[in-house]
Write a new protein. Structure first.
Length: 208
């Protein structure tokens, strides 16, 4: 993917060490208001490899293309390791589970020497358009801010109205630009900069 045309925020230190700070159990929660039984949100774990492969196998080619900008019917073992093994600081991913199945995953990766995290989302097709993407952005921003990041950036396809709407409705002060078919967003995740997000009757996270 091409580089984003945005510059990192200078206000907070980019010197947070990239050490494994351990599994952040406080990011676990029950997702209510989605279906009769609650889903669960939690940080990804190394033992999610098989579940992630199964999740990927159930994505439509269109969803895979919008996530990876390429046809990618199978993830390589290296990609699975990269996606499931994170340090919970500079690289963090949240999954949503329905029972034992992963149905959505969102991640940030800190751009080296900055306090900006690049984010990416994918929700299984049969769970899309019901608020999970919006909820994941919310949770990911809270987790990133608590770990010293100040901004998120993302590259998405210009035609990806669902993803763009999530950013635009988030209440964060989003700046956007596009080049050819790619759409770039960048925004502060400082809670003080956030307007009330557009109201939705979508799912919410409660205690487990
Ligand atoms: C893009 C994607 C992550 C969105 O996830 P989602 O769970 O479907 O998203 P949500 O349901 O939270 O939001 C999507 C819809 O809700 C609307 N919405 C979201 N937040 C909203 C808010 N606060 N207020 C009003 N509307 C909102 C959006 O306009 C959008 O409308 P649509 O249903 O007509 O598309 C998902 O469709 C996906 O996985 N797509 C394939 C992979 C991909 O595109 N990844 C992005 C690469 S970064």
């Amino acid at each position: 993917m091409s580089e984003t045309p945005f510059t990192p925020s200078p206000e907070r230190s980019a010197e947070v060490p990239a050490t494994d700070v351990g599994y952040p159990k406080e990011l676990e929660g029950a997702v209510t208001g989605f279906a009769a039984r609650p889903l669960r949100v939690r940080p990804v774990r190394a033992d999610d490899a098989e579940r992630l492969v199964a999740f990927h196998a159930r994505l439509s080619p269109g969803s895979i293309y919008r996530r990876y900008f390429a046809a990618r019917p199978l993830l390589t073992p290296q990609e699975v390791s990269h996606l499931t093994q994170v340090d919970y600081l500079d690289r963090l991913a949240l999954v949503i589970e329905d029972g034992s199945e992963i149905v959505a995953i969102a991640r940030y990766e800190r751009i080296p020497s900055t306090t900006t995290g690049e984010v990416a989302f994918v929700v299984r097709d049969d769970y899309q358009h019901r608020g999970l993407g919006h909820l994941l952005l919310d949770r990911l921003a809270v987790a990133a801010w608590a770990r010293g990041l100040t901004r998120f950036s993302a590259i998405t396809l210009l035609e990806n109205r669902g993803m763009i709407a999530i950013f635009e409705h988030s209440g964060f002060p989003v700046t956007a630009a596009h080049r050819d078919e790619e759409y770039y967003v960048s925004f502060s995740i400082d809670p003080a900069d956030r307007r009330d997000p557009s109201s939705t009757s979508g799912p919410r996270v409660g205690s487990t």
